[in-house]
Design a protein around this ligand. Structure first.
Ligand code: NAG
Ligand code: NAG
Ligand code: NAG
Ligand code: NAG
Ligand code: NAG
Ligand code: NAG
Ligand code: NAG
Ligand code: NAG
Length: 845
């Protein structure tokens, strides 16, 4: 009996002490070193230190990321000096942090006034720590109601109207001190709700009001495909929250200790946070930079970006002219305020509307009624719609301003319409200013149109002539195996792309998305350039990094290759081929969007002494096998038979695990099912990689790719370029053949390769295979399936003896019409020497 009682009380004890891993129970405590994890293991709660400091804080961080990323801190200003800290429930049911285990010095508490008898604390998978009353299941306290500097999905910022709860962000003091910093970001109560960033008491930047699509102070739209933002303004609360539609996306918005608001998104592949553009972004964003009734126009051609709103003049012209706009502008006369004369409105476009804290709001009014409302009230100086871009479409709601208008600016592309009240005289004055500008513009336009018309006529004649000669040329090259599928004019091409997008073959990106991702194609993001145009690096809003190949508008050849590449690569999918994510086709822009590969191209490694040393034999053979599998896929395994025609080191990109990816399908050709050979008069390829029959006669087949692959493989083993370093009549292949015949082939193995990393017999087998690929006679060369077999781990395969390689053909290629295409497109290097340029030769017969 006694024993049973003991057993039961033991069980009870056990239950009260050991909860699930995501909870702290009533009589349980959390000591320094203990951590609880949320159910899905996304977040952790426990003690941590920052930087080199020994101070201990209690907080929540991402559990699956090696880089310490704290989203919430309990004892911001009162760290524990040592590891004696203790988190327990007090007798009133508050969760408390004590500095030492004897529970004397209280550093932090949830401070809920209601007494709870059996509280539990649970960390949710959203990163929210909740104190629950298990009897009712009600949350009495949650960390989401007490934000620190981080705004994570499903958290709410804003205030409740009833109980005065205000959720706002406060920056840390420094990256290693989570104490209360100088900056706060909060939702403002007065007038029409808006977000505002303060430096202590001083307004620093206005995030502005919610317009239905974006915040009026943030020009970029938030991608609806990734985030769903909701803004609530009712009799209970004003709040803002956002969700992520794909919950594998980890994202957070941080009010940083330098006074900027920035979104970060985790890039899982590179294992780092990618930060988007922080706000405020520029001088015009500074709160009331142009003073009352002024507005900031970044396009202004004057030295000062500030201008006065219509009907206003600089208050103190001396200051204004000496570039101190803070005094702002004042009414030219007071007719408007006394309602004399006929009243009208000037419409300004792309505006960040003025501070709404003093504005009157009426959500139940259309824009037309809003105008009447403003006209009928003499103190009204301007109006605008409240929700400019509402779900239903048009603008709704009415904002009117009475008195000074603060913090107005214009944007280049986003922004809303804003109507300023003036009298007729003022309107005429404004129009005169505007129209002199307009007249100038019209003049420029007319001359432009004339020039364009002239050009069009000239172009038309030129094209007609060109077409004739083209037709002529095509008729002499009927041996074309399968040519580029003719997309016809570019309009039809665009239609076909739209089709592809609809069929989910190839997603279409919007130009604005790509422009945003690449910072408007900034020089800073440029990775390289070639005959076709340029390649930029970009980051999508979800943190994914991309490489954007942007066709230059005047690249005629580039257009042919662009179409060819789109058509081909969207059908191909293989671990060893570069993945295309989509394209962007607008009347003036043609772009291909690829996955971004951080490790540059193979030539960056193998032709550079320092970089090459990184590649030991296991890495090199893995790369060789990867490329081989990629080519095999092209030749035999994909739905189509594809000849790449420009295999070379710079067209092999490496991802961060050094997995090779074949790129650049601009030259590739598709063969029909059983076709194995074709020929062309336009020989394209790269000096040193072209097989003799292709370089001399324009004959190409899978065997010409095998030749290029063989050269590439021997270059990887030797670390030398085929077309360099040897005398006039020989090249790397000749040199290797010489040593092979003399039985001294081990001499050619790259000396920089750690001799311990390889088995000599295996390397020799690879050289042997390489020689079988580069034999002079195409029919002697092995095919890719045999190559893959030979490169396999099976040592029992008997290799035939190689015949004489083709190694004195390169010099036959003489002309180069400049159709260059750097293979380092996606790789970040633009260092292609003349030898590495893809040649285009029209063969004369
Ligand atoms: C707690 O976590 C550990 C390891 O993290 C796990 O082995 C154990 O099953 C978990 N217990 C509960 C109750 O979830
Ligand atoms: C931590 O140490 C500082 C001085 O080193 C002292 O002023 C402070 O009271 C200590 N705090 C705690 C919680 O022990
Ligand atoms: C509690 O611990 C602190 C140091 O850890 C000590 O100075 C203090 O005397 C202790 N108080 C009690 C009541 O034991
Ligand atoms: C708890 O809240 C009360 C008011 O609600 C406040 O006066 C007190 O300072 C708070 N205590 C702590 C430890 O935050
Ligand atoms: C906050 O502002 C004050 C006054 O300008 C300054 O002395 C202090 O260093 C600032 N604190 C931080 C954390 O920037
Ligand atoms: C976002 O959308 C999902 C479903 O599409 C919904 O469950 C979630 O509540 C939404 N989040 C917000 C913040 O609106
Ligand atoms: C909005 O307007 C409609 C009709 O115009 C009216 O029925 C409704 O009561 C108004 N709502 C508010 C909150 O004024
Ligand atoms: C004009 O608008 C202001 C602000 O909304 C208001 O206080 C005032 O009563 C209005 N005047 C008239 C005549 O409607």
């Amino acid at each position: 009996m006694k024993l049973l009682f003991f057993f039961i009380s033991f069980l009870l004890l056990l239950e009260s002490c050991v909860g699930a891993n995501d909870t702290i129970m009533r009589r349980q405590s959390l000591r320094d070193g203990d951590v609880i994890f949320s159910q899905g293991n996304r977040f952790a709660f426990g003690f941590f230190s920052l930087g080199d400091s020994n101070l201990r804080y209690v907080g929540i961080w991402y559990a699956q990321i090696s880089e310490q990323t704290v989203i919430w801190v309990a004892n911001r200003d009162r760290p524990v000096n040592d590891t004696s800290g203790l988190v327990v429930f007090s007798s009133r049911g508050n969760l408390c942090l004590y500095a030492s285990s004897n529970e004397t010095e209280l550093l932090w508490s949830t401070n809920v006034s209601d007494k709870i008898s059996e509280p539990t604390a649970r960390l949710s998978d959203l990163g929210n720590l909740l104190v629950l009353d298990p009897l009712t299941g009600r949350a009495l306290w949650e960390s989401f109601d007490h934000p620190t500097d981080t705004f994570v999905p499903f958290m709410r910022l804003g205030f409740t109207r009833k109980d005065g709860l205000d959720r706002f962000l406060t920056s840390w003091r420094s990256p290693v001190d989570p104490g209360l910093g100088n900056y706060t970001l909060r939702m403002e109560r007065g007038g029409f709700p808006q977000t505002m960033m303060y430096d202590r008491e001083k307004p620093l930047w206005r995030g502005g009001s919610w317009t239905g699509q974006r915040w009026s102070g943030i020009p970029e739209k938030t991608l609806k495909s990734i985030f769903n933002i909701s803004f609530v303004n009712n009799q209970y609360e004003v709040s803002n929250t956002y969700g992520v539609l794909d919950d594998s996306v980890m994202t957070r918005v941080v009010l940083r200790e330098v006074g900027s608001l920035q979104r970060f998104t985790w890039n899982a592949r590179e294992k780092r946070w990618i930060g988007l553009r922080p706000n405020p972004q520029e001088q015009c964003d500074g709160y009331a930079y142009c003073g009352p009734n002024g507005y900031c126009d970044p396009l202004s051609r004057d030295t000062l970006e500030c201008r006065c709103l219509p009907g206003y003049v600089p208050k103190t012209p001396e200051d204004w002219n000496s570039r101190d706009p803070s005094g702002g502008c004042t009414r030219r006369d007071d007719t408007a305020s006394t309602c004399r004369g006929r009243q009208v409105f000037v419409k300004l476009e792309r505006v960040k509307i003025p501070d709404t804290s003093g504005a009157s709001v009426d959500m139940n009014v259309t824009l037309k009624e809003c105008k009447q409302k403003c006209l009928s009230n003499c103190s009204c100086v301007a109006y605008a719609s409240a929700y400019y871009e509402s779900e239903g479409g048009g603008p709704t709601g009415c904002l009117t301003w009475h008195g000074d208008m603060l913090d107005t600016r214009t944007y280049l592309s986003s922004g809303q319409d804003f109507y300023v009240r003036v009298d007729k005289e003022e309107l005429a004055r404004w129009n005169r200013d505007g129209s002199s500008r307009k007249r100038r513009l019209t003049l420029i336009l007319i001359s432009l149109i004339a020039a364009v018309m002239l050009l069009t006529v000239m172009l038309f004649c030129f094209v007609k002539k060109r077409q004739k000669s083209n037709r002529h040329r095509r008729s002499t090259t009927t041996t074309f195996a399968t040519s580029y599928v003719d997309f016809g004019d570019s309009l039809r091409f665009e239609e076909q792309l739209q089709d592809k997008a609809r069929n989910r073959e190839l997603p279409l990106f919007e130009l604005t998305t790509i422009a945003e991702a690449t910072d408007n194609f900034s020089l800073h993001n440029k990775l390289g350039a070639g005959g076709f145009g340029s390649v930029y690096k970009g980051v999508l809003e979800n943190g994914m990094e991309i490489a954007v190949k942007r066709l230059s508008t005047n690249s005629g050849q580039g257009m042919v290759e662009f179409k060819n590449e789109v058509k081909l690569i969207s059908k191909l999918q293989h671990r060893n081929l570069v993945r295309i994510l989509g394209c962007c086709v607008e009347p003036e822009e043609k772009m291909l969007i690829y996955e971004y590969l951080p490790n540059k191209s193979l030539d960056y490694f193998i032709f550079h002494e320092e970089h090459r040393a990184v590649l030991d034999w296991p890495k090199r053979i893995d790369i060789i096998r990867g490329v081989a599998r990629g080519v095999l896929y092209l030749h035999h395994d994909s739905r189509l038979r594809i000849i790449h025609r420009d295999l070379k080191a710079s067209n092999v990109l490496l991802d961060n695990e050094m997995i090779p990816k074949i790129s650049d399908f601009g030259m590739a050709r598709i063969f029909g099912g059983d076709q194995i050979e074709g020929s062309t008069k336009r020989v394209v390829g790269t000096y040193g990689y072209m097989s003799p029959e292709y370089a001399m006669d324009g004959q190409f087949s899978i065997k010409s790719d095998v030749y290029s692959f063989g050269v590439l493989m021997l270059e990887i083993i030797t670390g030398k370029k085929n077309n360099c370093c040897y005398d006039e009549f020989s090249n790397l292949l000749g040199h290797i053949w010489d040593r092979w015949e003399k039985g001294e082939v081990t001499e050619i193995i790259d000396k920089l390769m750690d001799a311990k990393s390889y088995d000599e017999r295996e390397v020799i087998k690879c050289i042997h295979t390489g020689l079988l690929c580069v034999q002079e006679n195409a029919s002697d060369r092995v095919d890719m399936s045999t190559v893959v077999l030979m490169l396999g781990h099976n040592n029992a395969i008997d290799l035939p003896s190689p015949k004489h390689p083709a190694f004195t053909t390169g010099r036959r290629i003489e002309s180069n019409d400049g159709g260059s295409s750097s293979g380092a497109w996606l790789s970040g290097e633009n260092g292609n020497s003349i030898n590495d340029v893809t040649l285009t030769t029209i063969l004369g017969r």
